[in-house]
Design a protein. Structure first.
Length: 489
């Protein structure tokens, strides 16, 4: 089969699946809340039961991460996500009543095109399917080419459970003939209503270029500032554990420590006791050349790998018990490749004297590839915590928690999700953790207030406008005239 044949088959499969999802969604749009919740609970339970098998498939197929950790992420993407959205109303009247003067009604979007990354494939499928179906949408999964089989297997588990629980066949689908052309056809198809894009920057940019609503993610060059007031034992344990989790493929994982100088030496010792190996400058230079290409792009062969595997590629020696590698750095930007996002077990290390200097360094790191995403701070002094929260150009600030688990909502009260928006400053439509609320529209029945329009205007419900415009009395007369004209019409 030639490449053109594969592309054509991929395009046709995308068209067929979108049409199939559209037909099923037309039926599903009339489902009751009870029916919706029964189907979603069945899918969540089936995915949870298959978490270990599907996690192992993901690790074996992609070559990224740790099977046991992918199992935990699958449990998060299924049961944990479901628990967070199960009580949310998505059918009919969701808020308000006539007495309040406004009634809000949930309305599904239609068909969701869900782009899936190779780093977190099975857990992201679970997450997106549950959110979409809960909001009464159909969905077509578009896997990364290196994660087709595990994504298809995950989708089948959820489809079988959904149909058995009463969902119309065709509501949930997964492309198996994957190509760039097929994915583009899926996003551009007239039946596709919204795009959920989780993955690399080029894919997310493509999603945003389709002229459709799109929720995309951004890179997460996440700094972790450790203040002199921090619980250092906890900070060390959390930083090393978070960076080592699934070999650092979650975009909210810490990428560089910024240590307050008075506690830097002690933090370094504590991190070593947790399995952090601090490389020397020769080793750091070997890692620079191994992790990144000359143009600054990431070497995919190093993504989601153990320290020992990376050492082998770089031609250096590291201890067998090392959980992560840490490189001491003194600058941020193109001249320091290790100051970039590193989706693997390598962490940068900076020192700064005082939280103000730490704040400046963190902003440097965020602006060098992580604008809008996340930041972690370890401190018991609320002053730097609030300063970081107010000043940093990110939409998730984790306090005394792990970046990996905290920012996806497992160890914090952030809404659980594996799609983390970086907001307008990061090139996305939202800075939220994307969840079911983002996948339905809201209709509003609005009753006229008890006050006549001219009285409401006088009370300040309508702005008076610039001082050079009509006077308040003139505006009131205009309002009264418009109302009467509308009534006559």
């Amino acid at each position: 089969m030639t490449q053109s044949d594969k592309d054509l088959r991929s395009i046709q499969e995308a068209r067929d699946m979108v049409e199939r999802a559209h037909q099923a969604q037309q039926v599903w749009a009339s489902a009751t809340q009870q029916q919706v919740d029964r189907v979603c609970e069945a899918m969540a339970q089936a995915a949870f039961i298959g978490a270990e098998r599907l996690g192992r498939m993901a690790a074996e197929e992609t070559g990224f991460g740790v099977p046991e950790h992918k199992k935990l992420k699958n449990e998060f993407g299924s049961k944990y996500v479901w628990e967070s959205i199960k009580d949310i109303k998505t059918v009919g009247i969701i808020r308000g009543d006539k007495a309040e003067g406004i009634i809000e009604i949930a309305w599904p979007m239609g068909v969701v095109a869900a782009l899936i990354p190779s780093t977190n494939p099975t857990s992201t499928v679970m997450n997106k399917v549950l959110m979409s179906v809960k909001a009464r949408n159909g969905i077509v999964i578009a896997p990364h080419p290196t994660a087709v089989n595990c994504c298809a297997a995950t989708t089948k588990v959820m489809v079988d459970a959904a149909v058995e629980a009463g969902a119309p066949p065709g509501l949930v689908n997964c492309l198996t003939q994957v190509s760039l052309e097929g994915t583009q056809e899926l996003m551009a198809h007239k039946r596709t209503a919204v795009i959920l894009a989780t993955g690399g920057t080029p894919m997310v940019r493509a999603a945003h270029s389709q002229g459709k609503p799109a929720y995309g993610v951004g890179p997460g060059n996440v700094p972790v500032y450790v203040d002199r007031s921090a619980d250092l034992e906890k900070a060390a344990k959390y930083i090393v554990g978070s960076k080592a989790f699934d070999y650092s493929v979650i975009c909210a994982t810490e990428q560089a420590v910024v240590a307050d100088r008075p506690i830097a030496r002690r933090l370094r010792q504590l991190m070593k006791s947790e399995g952090a190996y601090f490389v020397d400058e020769v080793q750091a230079d070997a890692l620079r050349k191994t992790l990144f290409r000359p143009d600054g792009s990431m070497n995919v062969a190093t993504v989601g790998k153990s320290p020992q595997y990376l050492a082998g590629l770089a031609g250096i020696q590291v201890p067998g018990q090392a959980r992560i590698l840490v490189a001491s750095l003194d600058k941020v930007g193109r001249d320091e490749p290790l100051s970039r996002e590193k989706l693997t077990t390598v962490l940068g290390w900076y020192e700064a004297n005082g939280w103000e200097a730490g704040c400046d360094r963190c902003i440097e790191l965020i602006r060098f590839g992580g604008t809008g995403h996340s930041l972690i701070i370890h401190a018991t002094d609320e002053k730097p915590v609030m300063a970081f929260g107010l000043e940093k150009p990110v939409f998730r600030i984790g306090v005394n928690t792990m970046g990996t688990l905290g920012m996806i909502g497992m160890t914090t009260n952030i809404m659980p999700s594996l799609t983390l928006g970086p907001g307008g400053i990061g090139g996305a439509i939202t800075g939220d953790n994307v969840t079911v609320h983002h996948l339905y529209n809201v209709k509003r029945i609005a009753y006229e207030t008890s006050r006549p329009p001219e009285e409401a205007f006088r009370a300040g419900a309508v702005p008076a406008g610039p001082v050079y415009g009509p006077s308040p009395d003139e505006l009131e007369a205009i309002v009264r005239e418009v109302v009467q004209e509308v009534l006559r019409a």
